[in-house]
Design a protein around this ligand. Structure first.
Ligand code: SAM
Length: 245
């Protein structure tokens, strides 16, 4: 077993079932935006995404890059600036408006007729679109297929009981030759109910393993002082590249 593999496995907590029934509603998430409880947002963007950008893009251009549960992730801008087509989904309209305002991007908005109450926000450059809707409603808007998926703060934010449905949705949206970069979090799930929820490598294997090969890329210590109020004293992020079998 290689060193990276060994260090990955020593830190798995045996049981994530304690969080199984914990669930947030869409309103809970929208409230987080209204009350600025968005400690998940990273103004500088994600360090490991930067590091593995070439692995993720694999030298291809003009890709359709999907950001499920995108929040106001600044990395959407990175890909748009590289000339790719970026598509995000976020339930909070406030979060989406903050994204465009903070990135200084002009945009237009229009209702999504297939989904009552939903809207689509499109940059004036035309290559960055954010759907404002529940991710599970997205297929009704026919968003097309994606070449790349950046999943950070997404699988770990989905209610555990909806994970299977989420994984099936993600795989249904991929195009041949896709690359799916997935960041999951590891901490003692008996100490904090989530979100973010604890996801084990075994869960990733169960959710995606029949269709994808899992490549473990890196494990990073991401513990910060703000996490002490979750009752934990260590927090690791693990990055995987999922490719088509
Ligand atoms: C943990 S945050 C992560 C945001 C972003 N991926 C990042 O890395 O900063 C999860 C986001 O998903 C949104 N969200 C939660 N459930 C959703 C759903 N079912 N459909 C669409 N957006 C959702 C929340 O409003 C929140 O902005």
């Amino acid at each position: 077993m290689d060193k990276a593999r060994a260090s990955l496995e020593t830190k798995e907590y045996p049981d994530s079932s304690v969080q199984r029934d914990h669930a947030l509603t869409l309103e809970d998430w929208q409230d987080k935006w209204v009350t600025h409880k968005i400690g998940f947002h990273q103004e500088e963007g994600h360090r490991l995404l930067k590091k593995y950008l070439d692995t993720f893009l694999n030298g291809e251009s003009g890709l359709r890059v999907f950001f499920p549960l995108c929040g106001k992730a600044v990395e959407m801008r990175w890909f748009a600036d590289l000339g790719h087509h970026v598509i995000g989904v976020e339930i909070s309209e406030l979060g989406i408006r903050e994204f465009f305002a903070e990135q200084n991007l002009s945009y237009s908005e229009e209702p999504i007729t297939e989904i009552p109450g939903a809207k689509m926000f499109k940059s004036s450059s035309g290559n960055l679109t954010v759907y404002c809707c529940d991710i599970f409603d997205l297929p009704r808007a026919n968003p097309g297929q994606f070449d790349r998926i950046w999943d950070r703060g997404a699988l770990v934010a989905i209610n555990p009981r909806d994970r299977q449905r989420y994984a099936e949705l993600m795989l249904s949206l991929t195009r041949n030759g896709f690359r799916y970069l997935l960041a999951i979090l590891s901490y003692d799930p008996t100490k904090h109910p989530g979100p973010p929820f604890y996801v084990r490598e075994a869960d990733v294997q169960m959710l995606f393993g029949t269709v994808c090969n899992l490549h473990f890329l890196e494990k990073a210590d991401v513990f910060e002082e703000q996490h002490r109020r979750w009752g934990i004293d260590c927090l690791f992020e693990k990055l995987y590249l999922l490719t088509e079998k």
